[in-house]
Design a binder for this molecule. Structure first.
Ligand code: ATP
Length: 495
């Protein structure tokens, strides 16, 4: 692991990636706000995902359904009855925990063998002094825990001006159901044939009992979900089509995360065993990432069979089928559901990108984010901010670059520090304008019209005519060339 969660949380706050929600009021339980750099990073993740999985494929379309839906949707989907976690309450401090997670928490212990001294003991371990294991509340160390009770994770709200049961509805706990209830609308509007998929990115809300680990588990989060509809009567390579498509989606999702920066060694698959499998699922495979708290779910890829479409057909009385012209039969498609959390993806990309390096005896913190994800692509920096020609050239160049990429100007420190600041937020390129670029009128020296471009990862610098900057950046960001290939065409600048 490159970094601890504490270090990342502190960097995220200091540099404007992620703040605690309503912090000036003491914060809310596990909601997070994305700051100036965080929103860019998050938008980039969503944009790249949408481009790769929706726009570039001819078997996919998009959707943006509303968060508030008819309450019967949640009855049909099973969320009203089944979307629950077993929870236990502390009778003393009234804190609430997920019954299946209490043993995974460090616990507070007042040890009788040491005259009641208070210790914090690692999860699952006994007290070194008295050998006792946790039985009481892990947080306060005093209260007895209640027997587990089921707790529904959906947020309730009221639609319309009257707060009565008839107006009760929910904030969606997943985006998937918006897709299922629009299955027929999309089919009619697009005349699609199976297999095809509908994708959606949007907010979801879960009243998690034990949120935590920064943005890993929060109560308001974003999902990127696909429902991929397959004809279960079809066979591919001698196997049922849904099983083949399930395998393909697992491979595609894993490849996507690795393509945008996750170290393959930090990603693994977890096959749900029988009792772990949700009631609607034929097979579920999770993509796990090695988060600082251990291997945890980054996304899930489930074969939901025809469960959801059949349930919504039953509850709505509408037929939700696809007509197979070849076989002349109505089919209820099977559904493969790759479901990823935007926030968990962002956390994994940040964690994997973080490096601390030694450069000439000094520590350099660098986020080696994939250039497509980096919040800022280019920083334009003046070597001397007191020289108006330098500053004007910087502003002009930044404005030109900003038409295509996120580009910023910064003159609030000396150049070494400006570079370090950009490294720390993952900016792939810094462009520096100096005296040689603009010349020195007093000394009657003409400028060479060249600027220095510095590569974040290698820290190499090349000297490039101002007019070429856009092309250099574009070759790397848009055309997939490497820095080494591009840099070979220009003279090196002094480091
Ligand atoms: P977990 O077991 O971690 O609670 P889950 O299996 O309930 O997750 P799904 O219902 O499969 O999660 O949701 C799909 C994806 O949505 C998850 O893989 C995760 O990336 C994201 N997600 C789910 N719950 C949260 C949450 N509370 N905060 C942030 N992201 C979440």
């Amino acid at each position: 692991m490159n970094v601890t969660m504490d270090v990342l949380v502190s960097l995220a706050k200091r540099r404007g990636f992620i703040f605690q929600s309503s912090e000036i009021y003491g914060g809310t339980g596990s909601c997070w706000d994305y700051g100036p750099l965080g929103v860019e990073l998050k938008n980039n993740i969503k944009r790249v995902w949408w481009r790769d999985f929706v726009q570039q494929r001819d078997d996919m379309v998009g959707l943006d359904a509303s968060i508030l839906m008819h309450p019967t949707v949640w009855k049909a989907s099973g969320h009203v009855d089944h979307f629950t976690d077993p929870m236990v309450d502390c009778r003393e401090c009234k804190r609430r925990f997920r019954a299946d997670k209490v043993d995974e928490m460090d616990w507070t212990h007042y040890c009788a063998a040491t005259k009641g001294n208070k210790f914090t003991i690692k999860a699952g371990e006994p007290c070194k002094h008295c050998g006792e294991r946790r039985t009481l509340c892990p947080e306060c160390g005093k209260g007895v825990l209640t027997a587990p009770r089921q707790f529904n994770l959906m947020f309730k709200t009221f639609m319309g001006p009257v707060e009565e049961d008839a107006a009760l509805t929910y904030l969606r706990p997943e985006t998937a159901q918006g897709i299922f209830v629009n299955f027929d609308n999309v089919l009619q509007a697009t005349r699609r044939k199976l297999p095809f998929g509908i994708a959606q990115i949007g907010k979801a809300f879960r009243n998690e009992i034990t949120p935590g680990n920064f943005i890993f588990r929060s109560r308001e989060f974003e999902q990127m979900e696909i429902e991929y509809f397959v004809n279960p009567n079809e066979r591919l390579d001698g196997r049922p089509a849904d099983e083949v498509w399930h395998d393909r989606w697992i491979d595609d999702c894993r490849a996507w995360f690795e393509r945008y920066g996750l170290d393959p060694e930090h990603v693994t698959l977890h096959e749900h065993a029988g009792e772990e499998l949700a009631h609607y699922s034929k097979r579920t495979v999770d993509l796990l990432y090695r988060f600082p708290m251990g291997w945890s779910e980054l996304m899930g890829i489930a074969n939901r069979t025809d469960f959801d479409l059949k349930q919504h057909a039953k509850f709505s009385g509408k037929s939700l089928t696809w007509f197979d012209e070849e076989r002349k039969e109505h089919v209820v498609p099977y559904v493969i559901e790759p479901s990823a959390g935007v926030d968990r993806a962002l956390l994994a990309f940040l964690l994997d990108a973080y490096r601390e390096e030694q450069v000439r005896g000094e520590k350099r913190v660098v986020l080696r984010l994939h250039p497509e994800l980096a919040p800022v692509k280019i920083a334009v920096l003046p070597l001397l901010k007191k020289r108006p020609e330098i500053v004007a050239t910087c502003h002009e160049l930044r404005a030109r670059l900003a038409r295509r990429w996120a580009a910023l100007y910064d003159d609030t420190a000396a150049i070494g520090r400006l570079y370090r600041r950009q490294d720390e937020v993952g900016t792939p390129f810094c462009v520096t304008v100096d005296v040689k670029t603009v010349g020195d009128a007093e000394k009657r020296e003409a400028g060479d019209g060249r600027v220095t471009i510095r590569d974040r990862d290698s820290m190499e610098q090349i000297r490039v005519p101002i007019a070429d900057v856009e092309t250099v950046v574009s070759r790397i960001l848009d055309a997939g060339a490497t820095w080494t290939e591009v840099a070979a065409g220009y003279p090196r600048a002094e480091g």
